[in-house]
Design a binder for this molecule. Structure first.
Ligand SMILES: [Zn+2]
Length: 293
């Protein structure tokens, strides 16, 4: 099901102004080129974003394909290295650590919504700290599994959320969102406590080391690339009254690290996990009252 990026038709592409501040002045001197796509930086607010990018309906079509979630993907650059289920152990460790950081900050309890919950590993790790848990995902298999685990599940995006939540959490989601301001404002209407977004940091030393091979350049799925400054600015533009920077250390199986860096790891060691800094970061935000805009 792989499709070479070079065969993508011109009609399925669009140039866009900055998705954060709407300025249409990308820096012409420093760009990451993945023909026919480019990751460019807004000269006004410093957000990095994909332009040209795939038109959103085309992207949603790819997300709707069952292969996408099995790690096959439709596009050449976006092959996931090892499926999500193979990383289960490392992901659970990562989520457990992150949830406990949220607990220390008094952000847990009540009703949790996880946007983009995939197979529910985070929900399972968080379950002891909340009264009720809901997950959303585009993948019907994931939604089925979430229900089997006893959580509430919503298939699709965040357009029609039924409830209000004490904590809304989305890890690895915001970089996929074409209109991040609309996305956060939509969530804000269903929020009584904190919203936490976690995403790969565009100012990471991994990017400086790896350049275009940085694994978080998932083209064409990742359409925005944040750092602490621009993610905080997103919340500020949506009316946040308080924001907090959070660390997000991630555990990875050694075998996967070796694969990404081009080393071969003995099979006996491949399953062990190593904590890596600066592969993700998070910002928490809260708002005074639910927005009506
Ligand atoms: Zn901008």
């Amino acid at each position: 099901m792989q499709q070479d990026l070079n065969t993508i038709s011109h009609e399925s592409l669009e140039y866009t102004a900055c998705p954060l501040c709407a300025t249409d002045k990308p820096n012409q001197n420093k760009q990451f080129i993945f023909e026919p796509f480019r990751v460019v930086q807004c000269t006004a607010c410093q957000l990095w974003y994909l332009s040209p990018r795939l038109r959103e309906p085309e992207m949603l079509k790819a997300y709707a394909s069952p292969d996408y979630f099995k790690g096959g993907g439709e596009f050449g650059y976006s092959q996931q290295q090892g499926s999500y289920l193979e990383q289960e152990n490392a992901l659970r460790l990562t989520f457990r650590k992150f949830i406990h950081q949220l607990k220390r900050r008094g952000m847990t309890g009540g009703h949790l919504l996880e946007v983009g919950c995939s197979y529910g590993f985070l929900l399972e790790e968080a379950a002891p700290l909340f009264d009720s848990l809901t997950g959303t995902d585009f993948d019907s298999d994931a939604v089925k599994r979430i229900k089997q685990l006893g959580f509430r599940a919503i298939q699709g995006g965040v357009e029609a959320l039924p409830d209000c939540y004490d904590l809304i959490l989305a890890t690895g989601v915001i970089e996929h969102i074409y209109n991040p301001i609309q996305f956060v404002k939509q969530l804000r209407q269903h929020l009584s406590g904190w919203i936490v977004l976690a995403t790969p940091p565009m100012n990471s030393f991994w990017l400086k080391l790896q350049g275009k091979n940085w694994p978080s350049f998932k083209i064409p799925e990742h359409v925005t690339y944040y750092d602490h400054h621009t993610l905080t600015e997103l919340f500020r533009r949506c009316g946040a009254t308080q924001t907090i920077r959070l660390a997000y250390p991630q555990a990875y199986p050694l075998g996967m690290i070796g694969e990404k860096l081009g080393f071969s790891i003995p099979a006996s060691l491949a399953k062990y996990n190593l904590w890596l800094p600066a592969t993700m970061f998070a910002v928490a935000a809260r708002f005074n009252t639910p927005s009506d805009d």
